[in-house]
Design a protein around this ligand. Structure first.
Ligand code: PEP
Ligand code: MG
Length: 598
């Protein structure tokens, strides 16, 4: 979970940082949805009452099962079958014979009422899970709590709390919202929601995205800081909540909200239009994804493909390694959903700030420069081959390109290709189909790869520049260190020269060059990257319409002149100022909405 920071102003404005769960900005009154703490009363049982209590428990389980099946059907019908499936996981909790047996054994031993015994066992499960180091397991707490409360309500005869009953448009603030409560927000008056707990992969977060309700989760103690009726700004794009905002913040966020709505509006018009300049130069504006669920957002934002699928998230937050079949199914679903457009599947990029709980990778002094990405995969062919098999098999179902991360020289590409050939050979022998001509690309994110990109280009079908890492390595600025963040400059002349070198070398070898770092979504730099000749921008889906808008508003010949001009500047600051000024000249309305202050 993220570090939590609170800043108090004189007017008791509180700013809290959490995890962005669903994009959008909500401004409104808080409705604090109190913690639903069901505390059963204690009652001693006589020997003769035990059988009756067990029967009550079985009835409550049966009732809960019927309730869940009903909710599953309703949600599948109203929101989509993939969300309905969440409740299958809940049904499995009900069928957990260990849990049921533990309750019954305890009941016989303690001779206390079933509500109390069940609640104790449930709390024990939750407490064990909450100590888990694994985020995936912690995220499952809300599923178990949801079902547990449902059983308790059925035992005690309590009504479910209901979000449909809100009588004023509000920002809901809660300790947690169960997936079923989140689903109830449908058609209700919820402007957005903020919760104390929850992670990016929680079902609540996933559902919020589908419902398009701005949400921030993992705020840790927001329920203690907000009271009913307090004014709240919720920024689901950056994961910030501001309670009792002052005038300056309110104005700033009203502007942000207008910008978001403007873009949403633009989005509808731009969705089906290509990334093409006024004078007809075509570029691909693609989206980055981390989970198969993100494909929906890529499509709804009008991206023309997926320029980066960060597969390592599939390996994170779980106890075991994903097997080939699981990976194949995930990759295949992405390939098929994005068809006829392509998806660039990047092989496992673990290390740096991304660790896998199930692998015992030793801590390193310099993790960003350590045993990571392609280096790790080449050292662990068992893991690498299983991923390559899954990727190759998925390639038979659409347009899939394969990409190696953190390549530092051509030897690594050759070594990785040797492993790939072995895997292909085995698949052929087994008669399993795959695309024999699968395009193979390298991420250019290490300066040595950029400088030798002429050599690499001869052995690759495409490049994608990973500026998040390239900038940190080129400028020796740790990308996650706040103290030196001011030095992390995408417009530094060294960075622009490296980007130009990679694009030129790629084009000389007639291969396309994309860029998939955060820089691709920085609208003040779109004109420069376009002018340098970039073929593909791949960014978080939310930035796709902004980038598309700029590309569609300029002549390529004009962008080229801008790029030539900025390459003569001495500092990153000059480049930024010039680029912003040119963007303001080009599309004044949009620039005011889009460019944050320097
Ligand atoms: C990059 O380095 O620019 C990149 C896209 O990869 P990641 O952010 O996953 O390191
Ligand atoms: Mg990277």
């Amino acid at each position: 979970m993220t570090d939590q920071k609170h800043y108090f102003s004189k007017k008791k404005q509180i700013q809290i940082k959490g995890i962005p769960a669903a994009p959008g900005i909500a401004i409104g009154k808080a409705h604090v949805f109190g913690t639903e703490n069901i505390v059963p009363q204690e009652r001693r049982l006589s020997e003769g009452e035990i059988a009756g209590e067990i029967e009550r428990f079985r009835k409550a389980l049966k009732q809960t099962k019927e309730d869940l099946i009903g909710i599953e059907k309703r949600i599948s019908r109203e929101i989509g079958a993939e969300h309905g499936k969440i409740f299958n996981a809940h049904l499995l909790v009900l069928e957990d014979s260990v849990l049921v047996q533990e309750v019954i054994t305890r009941l016989k031993k303690k001779k206390k009422n079933i509500e109390l015994i069940f609640s104790d066992v449930l709390n024990k499960y939750i407490s064990v899970l909450s100590k888990a180091r694994d985020e995936y397991l912690r995220d499952r707490i809300s599923d178990i709590t949801d079902v547990g409360k449902r059983i308790l309500r059925n035992l005690i005869g309590l009504e479910e709390r209901n979000l449909e009953a809100l009588d004023e448009k509000s920002v809901v603030v809660a300790y947690d919202l169960s997936p079923s409560e989140t689903a109830m927000m449908y058609k209700s008056r919820v402007l957005g929601f903020a919760t104390d707990i929850g992670g990016r992969t929680s079902h609540t977060a996933i559902m919020a995205k589908s419902l398009e309700i701005p949400a921030v989760v993992g705020l840790e103690s927001i329920t203690d800081m907000v009271q009913n009726g307090d004014q709240v700004i919720l920024d689901g794009i950056h994961g910030t909540v501001i309670v009792n905002p002052n005038k300056r913040f309110l104005e700033k966020y009203r502007k942000e909200q207008k910008k978001y709505e403007y873009l949403e509006h633009e989005l509808i018009e731009l969705r089906s239009l290509p990334g093409e300049t006024l004078d007809g130069k075509k570029v691909v504006i693609a989206g980055n994804i981390e989970l198969p669920e993100d494909v929906a957002s890529v499509i709804s934002h009008g991206a023309e493909g997926i320029g980066l699928y960060r597969t390592e998230y599939f390996y994170m937050n779980r106890k075991d390694l994903p097997n080939e079949e699981e990976q194949f199914n995930a990759y295949k679903s992405v390939v098929m959903r994005i068809f006829p457009n392509y998806v660039v599947v990047r092989t496992l990029d673990l290390g740096g700030d991304k660790f896998l709980s199930q692998l015992d990778v030793p801590k390193e002094m310099n993790p960003f420069m350590g045993w990571r990405a392609i280096r790790f995969c080449l050292a662990r062919p068992d893991i690498f081959k299983s991923q390559l098999r899954a990727i190759l098999r998925a390639s038979a179902f659409g347009n899939l390109k394969l990409m190696y991360p953190m390549v530092s020289g051509v030897r690594e590409v050759r070594q990785a290709n040797e492993v790939l050939e072995e895997v292909k050979h085995k698949l052929r022998r087994e008669g399993i189909p795959f695309n024999e001509d699968i395009p193979i690309g390298a991420m250019i994110e290490v300066p040595s790869a950029a400088i030798t990109s002429d050599i690499l280009a001869k052995e690759c079908d495409f490049f994608s520049i990973g500026t998040n890492d390239l900038i940190q390595y080129a400028l020796a600025v740790d990308r996650v260190n706040e103290k030196i963040a001011y030095l992390y400059e995408p417009t530094h002349p060294a960075v622009l020269s490296l980007i130009k070198m990679v694009i030129d070398n790629g084009h000389r070898a007639k291969i396309p060059v994309g860029l998939c770092g955060e820089m691709a979504g920085d609208v003040s730099l779109t004109m420069i990257l376009l002018g340098l000749g970039l073929d593909e921008f791949s960014t978080s889906p939310i930035a796709v319409p902004e980038v598309k808008k700029i590309v569609r508003s300029i002549d390529y010949s004009e962008a080229k002149k801008i790029a030539e001009e900025v390459l003569t500047f001495n500092t990153g600051r000059e480049v930024q100022e010039y680029a912003r000024a040119r963007l303001r000249d080009l599309i004044p309305d949009l620039a005011i909405e889009l460019i944050p202050d320097l």
